[in-house]
Design a protein around this ligand. Structure first.
Ligand SMILES: Cc1cc2nc3c(=O)[nH]c(=O)nc-3n(C[C@H](O)[C@H](O)[C@H](O)COP(=O)(O)OP(=O)(O)OC[C@H]3O[C@@H](n4cnc5c(N)ncnc54)[C@H](O)[C@@H]3O)c2cc1C
Ligand code: SF4
Length: 329
């Protein structure tokens, strides 16, 4: 790892000013992504500003939402009683991610900003990676890309977004609260991430130095049911091959409101708007679920190594819909 200067911030305004004024300065939260990438020689910040002493922890509740401070850990959020009762698929997504040790260090802000798990991105000896070196090409497209995306890809990058909890958060219309040198702003999660297009190195709408301060998660209606299913190569401590997070509100066997997110398939946490359109006001049955699953994956652009994900994602979404709705398979 290259030498770097370490500063511990006690004041948010000062932290934002320090990082904003210098492209070589980055924030450090739990460090589970940032330090990995520095040790691997992918990132070379000259200075880290540790934000863990800033007053950005804690969870507060209103009648309609949960507000999560950016420094709240994954374990803390999963243990929150309101999340447990009203947002079960958020809790499930959190607890299916990483390991207990990591979840006790990893913050929600850092989770949303975790970098690609693409092996070529994480190996600086590989020359071709448009995300790491803009304009250098993409080794994954012609290489091993089994763990890559089929939705939202471009000819320049197919890396998927690996966060589990971002899947239900996208489905719920969660809002990211941000502090910058020009003041605060708020961005819906569904508009926070940028698909790769021809600028894969620009992953989200944050300007350099902007700090995530909180995430606001709207509550589901009390009568809604939700569930998150994650399919992976081994039973624990593994990223998703595909995942689905679904919340449904039903009335006499008819779906009134549907929220559908997919993981493991998109270059950004994937909100399956087309599937939701199919589900809304339709009977909760096998025919509807198959149509929704097909709609969700209709825009997929498979490569040889990712083609299996289309059917796997459809089946995973159908299974999740069956479980949430209580409909027999
Ligand atoms: C072995 C392993 C397995 C994992 N498995 C999973 C999994 O299955 N599912 C899953 O979802 N995740 C998984 N993760 C990812 C893990 O959830 C993230 O590493 C973690 O959430 C990042 O949080 P952090 O606080 O450690 O962030 P850091 O590493 O401190 O920071 C990450 C990035 O975010 C920036 N940053 C952090 N906080 C802020 C903020 N408030 N405002 C602005 N910028 C900020 C940092 O500068 C850095 O660029 C895994 C990680 C590892 C190492
Ligand atoms: S998929 Fe994206 S991150 Fe991976 S090598 Fe290609 S450009 Fe780099």
């Amino acid at each position: 790892m290259d030498p770097f200067e370490y500063l511990r911030a006690t004041d948010s305004d000062r932290a934002v000013a320090l990082v904003s004024e210098d492209p070589g300065t980055s924030y450090l939260a739990g460090g589970t992504t940032q330090l990995d990438l520095m040790k691997d020689g992918v990132l070379h910040p000259r200075r880290l500003v540790d934000i863990t002493r800033l007053p950005l922890g804690g969870i507060t509740h209103t009648e309609s939402a949960v507000r999560v401070g950016a420094l709240t850990t994954m374990e803390e959020l999963a243990a929150d009683p309101v999340v447990t009762e009203r947002l079960p698929f958020v809790r499930e997504a959190l607890l299916l991610g990483a390991s207990t040790q990591l979840r006790n260090m990893a913050t929600i802000g850092g989770n949303l900003l975790q970098r690609a798990r693409c092996r070529y991105f994480r190996d600086p000896t590989v020359a071709a990676c448009n995300k790491r070196r803009p304009g250098s090409g993409c080794a994954a497209i012609t290489g091993v890309h089994r763990m890559h995306a089929v939705l939202g890809t471009s000819d320049h990058c197919i890396a998927l977004h690996a966060s589990d909890v971002a899947v239900p958060l996208a489905a719920l219309d969660a809002v990211v609260h941000i502090q910058g040198v020009d003041g605060p702003r708020a961005v819906p999660l569904t508009r926070f991430y940028l698909p790769p297009g021809d600028t894969p190195h620009i992953e989200n709408v944050l300007q350099h130095g902007e700090l995530i301060t909180a995430v606001e998660i709207p509550l589901l209606p009390r009568e809604a049911r939700s569930h998150y299913i994650k399919v992976r190569d081994r039973a624990s401590y593994e990223f998703a091959l595909v995942s689905a997070g679904v919340a449904l509100t039903q009335e006499d066997g008819v779906i009134r409101e549907a929220r559908v997110g997919l993981g493991g398939v998109g270059t950004v946490p994937w909100r399956a708007w087309d599937a939701e359109d199919v589900l809304r006001d339709a009977p909760a049955n096998a025919e509807t679920f198959l149509a929704a699953a097909r709609a969700a994956l209709a825009g997929a652009r498979p490569l040889p190594g990712t083609a299996f994900k289309i059917e796997l994602a459809q089946r995973t979404l159908i299974r999740t819909l069956e479980t949430v709705s209580g409909a027999e398979p």
